[in-house]
Write a protein that binds this ligand. Structure first.
Ligand SMILES: Nc1ncnc2c1ncn2[C@@H]1O[C@H](COP(=O)(O)OP(=O)(O)OP(=O)(O)O)[C@@H](O)[C@H]1O
Ligand SMILES: [Mg+2]
Length: 181
């Protein structure tokens, strides 16, 4: 089973994926894999990040991972663009809290505010909804949850242990933040 764990930078993908390793999940860090395998197409100066060839990544994953019979977490900002995964779990975070989390990364102010804005505008959710059927998509608001709680929720979604509708997409709404400007 392949689970894409996605979300704006700073929502806690890697933190949660690391905890899931202890629950017998295998974790593939997509950015690292893309760099190791040469699927990087250059550097986006504007966004201050590597440009990854998602098509090449997709082919590699299909040939190497999709056949495996284990629970595999794809950790990465681009994981929701990988087609044919079993589940897509989107981590969300209130823009104010996200800003604080991103400040720990030592990034430029511009890169931080660009990502806070992307979270406020549901950018990842929109991209995921364009790529996958809604029935495969789940959203977790991480704002006031600990990484351990979030890992437990992810494991619950994978194993069908949650109330219907509890982690449906569309429940997170940061639009109040847009009005604040
Ligand atoms: N649930 C949480 N509550 C509070 N802080 C958190 C939580 N999850 C992660 N953090 C903190 O937020 C920061 C970003 O977390 P992390 O690096 O896991 O995010 P990420 O989604 O993997 O980001 P990136 O896309 O840049 O790899 C870290 O300092 C981490 O300790
Ligand atoms: Mg990460």
């Amino acid at each position: 089973m392949i689970i894409a764990l996605t979300g704006t930078p700073g929502t806690g993908k890697t933190t949660v994926a690391t905890l899931l390793k202890k629950k017998s999940y295998a974790v593939v860090e997509l950015n690292r894999l893309a760099k190791e395998k040469g699927f990087v197409d250059g550097y986006d100066e504007e966004r201050e990040c590597s440009i990854i060839d998602v098509e090449k990544l997709q082919v590699y994953l299909k040939e190497n991972l999709f056949k495996k019979n284990e629970k595999i977490i794809l950790d990465g900002l681009l994981s929701h663009l990988v087609k044919n995964v079993d589940l897509v779990i989107i981590l969300r975070c209130h823009p104010g809290e996200l800003k604080k989390r991103l400040e720990t990364k030592g990034w430029s102010e511009r890169k931080i505010s660009e990502n806070v804005e992307a979270e406020t505008l549901d950018v990842i959710l929109c991209e995921a909804a364009e790529t996958h059927d809604k029935s495969h998509l789940f959203e977790i608001d991480t704002t006031s949850k600990t990484p351990v709680e979030i890992a437990e929720i992810v494991d619950g979604i994978v194993n069908g242990r949650f109330n219907k509708g509890e982690y449906d997409i569309g429940m997170v709404d940061w639009s109040e933040e847009i009005r604040k400007g």
